[in-house]
Design a protein around this ligand. Sequence first.
Ligand code: PLP
Length: 410
Amino acid sequence: MTHSPAQSPPHPSPHSSPTANQPQGADAVMFITPRPNLTMVRGQGSWLWDDQGKRYLDFVQGWAVNSLGHSPKVLRQALARQAGVLVNASPAFYNNAMLDFAGWLTRQSGLDRVFFANSGAEANEGAVKLARKWGKVHRHGAFEVITTHNSFHGRTLAMMSASGKPGWDKLFEPKVPGFPKVPFNDLDAMAHAITPKTAAILVEPVQGEGGVIVPSPHYLTGLRKLCDEKGVLLMLDEIQTGMGRTGTLFAFQRHGILPDVMTLGKGLGGGFPVAAVLARQPVCLFEAGEQGGTFNGQPLAMAAGLAVAQEIERKRLAERAEKNGRYLQKKLNAMGKTLGLTSVRGQGLLVAVDLPQEKGPQVVAAALQAGLLVNSPRPATLRLMPALTVSRGEIDQMLDMLEQVLKQVL
Ligand SMILES: Cc1ncc(COP(=O)(O)O)c(C=O)c1O
């Protein structure tokens, strides 16, 4: 069936009509999610300001992205410095920031080489391409990548197929094939799912969007052993857990293992878009023309990432995240007793708590009113992912505000 271009869609979008008080210009922005009628204009550290001058204590930080908080000096300076000398050459050439950043990442991770991308989903696509190439070269054409239920790997078509997010199995059909799924934190299920068609497994060390699900301490070491026994690749999606967020620079370092492939994004650029695929040398099998992108290794992104990484190292922010994460969990547990909160969990400064009722969205909305930003990845779960630089005072202030909001909503 063909539609003439002028033909209007069969059903008008429920979101196409303007709502009262929406900011001027909002009509021109494509609807993807309901947004509050707010325009954010300024950020500093743990604080954001809207155009009315109201300030918000930010415990979302762009979904675990602004690792150093809003507009940190080192990031501003690195961007200004780089912009002054070279904004863009071309991914066909090396640039100084790219070389320095790749060196830093390989030294810190123990992996051998880096491909730079622009988003987490793009990095994961690169990892899956590496796995398929590796399967072709070393495993008789194996191409499947086993992932887990409830996982989140991004929003490209292949990554929506790889993700185990409930409801996504029915979206944008047909799916990209080659992503069998097993329950998370279940080594037996993973062992049974590996077949001659399997090239790799791809898991998050802690499921972030799935509600901060921390697996048993032996899960990652068990996966490493399993992959070695069966001859398949272990690929870790550290897009949310990496760069100090979970209390070590990379979450796998807690377990004394090395993955074959790791992807990074989110906190990697401290708010500037940059992502990466890191791999052991034997997996680096791309030939000319098989992988690339207009903006990969873009000098501004490289300078931003390097500045953020060096600051995380210099200020020992992973250790700080570990200590402050414990403090936050202890306080949440204490507060939870009176308010009926359960299952305080997390690693470092990736923390979640379950509510006694499915009122996550109401809590988020009431918190926003009160000047606090928190996130609800599931209806009965709140997730907190402040800047790695957050102070104890700000954590205490957040807890006071959250307690008032919870008393009001629950
Ligand atoms: C674990 C994980 N992988 C991949 C992604 C996708 O990253 P991006 O939104 O930058 O494509 C996310 C984003 O939330 C994530 O948490």
